[in-house]
Design a protein around this ligand. Structure first.
Ligand code: G6P
Length: 367
């Protein structure tokens, strides 16, 4: 019963819609709502001695890791290395004693990630694994297993596993920050409250499904699409482009908004839709100025922001997608929804095989 499509046309859509529930389910095993603290599955696991975190993963899981890099450095002030698993071993990474190596994988079986895990183990690192399959190879080899409770994910393009990974990684960032003495009094309680708001905010984001379906034509007719974001919205831009490529076969690139002028701006004309991910907040104005550079060159902007952001900068955009106003910590979990839905509706409009895109596998067990 768990793996039926229910009333949904595709597994992917069903899994997008499950996110409020599975994120809540995942958070429940990390947030202690009574005393408003955050605990890990092994509460006695010692994080205070960690000097460096090395994050390794593939695909969508890698982008979850990229969001986590911002969080670990911002909250815990611990330096983070980040690699795609297929490159990790081959750059001869330097791993000193006292390091935590963190592997993120929906399946727990991706060959490159598993090989990277074993390499880090052989270099004396403590191994943490964020994984959706507790019986998987990676889960079994972890010193610290941090489960996501997304349930079985059938759609090849990952959706609910991603937001659950983000939920776990935010909890880990908060734990690390506490262990490192980086949390101010009351801050942990605030983090618990913000994370606790994520399921309802994701639910509110899902309410824009029809509006996104209605504007999907802007993207469906394009040959190339650009996604821009800053801060934690940069990995989301990468994930947005990946989702679109995977299921609609439209060429898409994610770029750091400020880096666009160093190359992709040369591609901009009225045939290239540019999806700008910009919740209102400290980075908003900078991203909007990059967005205006696109508009000045005739680029067609789809702005994803909250009501205030759309009021401030929505004019002149070909389409806008309004998200609920949320705390920056949970914004990546919420803004994941419109980029998933956009890719989904574009793929449906193009008539591609959403759940089983050509040439892709759910779990890649060859290096
Ligand atoms: C494949 C899947 C992606 C997934 C990636 C990593 O490419 O199609 O959806 O993100 O593998 O998989 P993992 O199971 O390690 O998260």
């Amino acid at each position: 019963e768990l793996i039926s499509k229910g009333n949904h046309r595709h597994y992917m859509l069903k899994e997008i819609y499950e996110q409020p529930i599975v994120v809540a389910q995942t958070l429940r095993s990390y947030l202690q709502r009574m005393d408003e603290t955050i605990t890990l599955p092994i509460p006695e696991f010692e994080l205070s001695g960690i000097k460096r975190v090395t994050i390794v993963a593939c695909g969508t899981s890698f982008y979850a890791g990229m969001v986590a890099k911002y969080w670990f450095e911002q909250f815990a002030r611990v330096p983070v290395d980040l690699d795609v698993a297929s490159e990790f071993r081959y750059r001869a990474p330097v791993m000193e004693a006292g390091g935590l190596a963190l592997f993120i994988s929906q399946s727990g079986e991706t060959a490159d990630t598993l090989a990277a895990l074993r390499h880090a183990r052989s270099e004396g690192q403590t191994i943490a694994v964020v994984c959706n399959v507790p019986t998987s190879s990676m889960a079994r080899e972890a010193d610290l297993l941090l489960p996501t409770h997304a349930g079985p994910e059938i759609g090849v393009a990952s959706t609910k596993a991603f937001t659950c990974q983000l939920a776990v990684l935010a909890a880990l960032a908060a734990n690390l920050a506490r262990a490192k003495g980086q949390l101010k009094p009351g801050e942990e309680r605030q983090i618990v409250r913000h994370l606790g708001e994520a399921p309802a905010a994701i639910n509110a984001a899902l309410a824009y499904d029809e509006a996104i379906e209605a504007m999907a034509g802007v993207v469906a007719t394009a040959r190339d699409v650009l996604y821009l974001g800053r801060g934690t919205d940069y990995p989301l831009a990468l994930e947005g482009a990946l989702k679109l490529k995977e299921i609609s076969y439209i060429h898409a690139e994610g770029y750091a908004a400020g880096e666009m002028k160093h190359g992709p701006i040369a591609l901009i004309d009225d045939a290239v839709p540019v999806v700008v991910i910009a919740p209102s907040g400290p980075l908003f104005d900078k991203t909007v100025s990059n967005m205006q550079e696109v508009q000045a060159r005739g680029g067609r902007v789809v702005l994803i922001s909250d009501y205030d952001g759309i009021q401030a900068a929505g004019e002149g955009c070909v389409a806008t997608i309004t998200m609920p106003k949320v705390h920056p910590l949970i914004a990546p979990l919420v803004y994941a929804v419109p980029i998933q839905l956009l890719a989904y509706h574009v793929a449906v409009a193009k008539g591609t095989d959403v759940d089983q895109p050509r040439n892709l596998a759910k779990s890649v067990t060859v290096e």
